[in-house]
Design a protein around this ligand. Structure first.
Ligand code: DSN
Length: 436
């Protein structure tokens, strides 16, 4: 073998080794990233299917490539399941991510120069609505809602005044630090008064909405919903558009926003995996969503009892999968998140209301989608809070906490709330990167 080829073969082994180390690390870790989740085995196997190798531009039955009969069948099933799960008239599963879905909505429903209502980043918005994100790409300008930091949601009277004054044609609701439902019904008359469309970015709470554990935006004044599909809805990394509208022109514009607007081919393997995830959520989503929220509240309560400054205590901390903890006393968001990661507890530093530096935010964001997915319940949330306390308040060495986290996780390595749950062959962390 020529030297260059040998070097490249070593590079391939290095890549496989890195993925294996990562997989083993996560198998032993307590992953608390609010935007992450695990695929079911049946969804995951489709990611390495032949669908990965194919093109299918267009819609089922109207493709630009031959050979798509089974792709069409799966995409039709996927669309039917999406409309059924979210009780809506329109679905499009071609956006390849949440941000791409957001761009499709902006392409469909806004023009460059338009004003679009949104939340400020420090109050929990996604970067899509920043001028350096999707809003900037489409050339629209954000009009920021007023925020109530105590209640961690939009201040309705002040926002009404802002909207009446600026009169945006589109209003985006939805957050990446999403603790409480948005006051959609309270703002609905204002949106109607100024003729603005309601648009909801449900990425974080998609599985909670489908599971009946959060607000139902398509029934509360939003005509269009965009989302990624891998957070509280435990599907593959993908995007989705949904709408409940009597205006067929809106459906057409959304479809054309998705293709050819912001995708050429969509990702057929993840679309197939999404179809499985939607079916499994119809079967198990209510139980999963309910336990996810109960776990978040239990974790918040247990941290609060151990002296952590968990936001929104008077409101019960959260009604979603997410909690926010101000960690000034624990060294700030960056130091706390790093220390936790070294001890096997994976979180992210996060901006909190009042923060001014995105490099040095005052909080950490914690989420329960993944720990719930592997079967943890309230008792384990208390145990996790004890590990936080040991590490960040009692100076227990990181190596000890890492071992304790691994011990706790060792009983929770199969995916639940899906078909085939708990079968030995479906140990989630065994499926990739085990044996390079
Ligand atoms: N980056 C995701 C999150 O962590 O919230 C949103 O896209």
């Amino acid at each position: 073998m020529p030297e260059d080829e040998r070097g490249l073969a070593r590079t391939v082994q290095e890549i496989r080794e890195a993925v294996r180390r990562h997989t083993v690390r996560f198998e032993r870790a307590i992953p608390l990233i609010a935007s992450e989740n695990l695929l079911s085995p049946y969804a995951k196997e489709l990611l390495i299917s032949d669908f990965h190798s194919r093109y299918a531009e267009g819609l089922p039955g109207e493709r630009y490539y031959e050979g798509n009969e089974e792709v069409d069948r799966v995409e039709r099933i996927c669309l039917d399941l999406a409309r059924r799960l979210f009780r809506c008239s329109f679905a499009d599963v071609r956006p390849v991510s949440g941000t791409v879905a957001n761009l499709a909505v902006l392409k469909a429903l806004a023009e460059p120069g338009d004003l679009v209502g949104s939340t400020q980043l420090a109050n929990g918005a996604h970067i899509s609505s920043a001028s350096f994100g999707a809003f900037g790409l489409r050339g629209v300008k954000p009009i920021h809602y007023a925020w109530d930091p105590e209640r961690m949601t939009i201040d309705v009277p002040k926002t009404r005044a802002i909207l009446l004054d600026a009169r945006p044609k589109l209003c985006l609701f939805g957050l990446s630090l999403f603790l409480f439902p948005m006051p959609l019904e309270e703002l609905r008359p204002t949106l109607e008064e100024i003729g603005a469309r309601g648009w909801y970015d449900a990425a974080h709470v998609l599985g909670l909405i489908a599971g009946g554990e959060f607000q139902d935006p398509l029934r509360e004044g939003c005509e269009v919903l965009s989302a990624s599909t891998h957070k509280t809805l435990p599907g593959p990394q993908h995007g989705i558009l949904l709408a409940e509208t009597k205006d067929q022109a809106v459906e057409k514009r959304l479809a054309s926003g998705a293709f050819p607007g912001v995708t050429s081919n969509h990702h057929l393997h993840t679309m197939a995996g999404l179809a499985v995830a939607l079916a499994e959520h119809l079967a198990f989503g209510r139980a999963y969503a309910s336990q996810t929220v109960r776990n978040a509240r239990a974790l918040a309560q247990a941290l609060h009892e151990r002296g952590f400054d968990v936001l929104a205590e008077p409101l019960g901390f959260t009604r979603s999968h997410t909690i926010a903890v101000r960690v000034a006393r624990e060294g700030g968001g960056e130091a706390a998140a790093r220390k936790l990661a070294d001890a096997g507890i994976i979180t992210n530093k996060n901006l909190l209301p009042g923060d001014t530096s995105s490099k040095h935010p005052g909080g950490v964001r914690l989420g329960t989608p993944e720990v719930t997915r592997v079967g943890m319940k309230e008792r384990e949330m208390v145990r996790i809070a004890e590990l936080f306390d040991d590490l960040l308040h009692k100076d227990r060495p990181a190596a000890d906490v890492l071992a304790a986290a691994g011990e706790l996780k060792s009983g929770f390595t199969t995916v639940q709330y899906c078909f085939g749950a708990g079968e030995a062959a479906y140990r989630y962390y065994d499926l990739v990167g085990r044996d390079p």
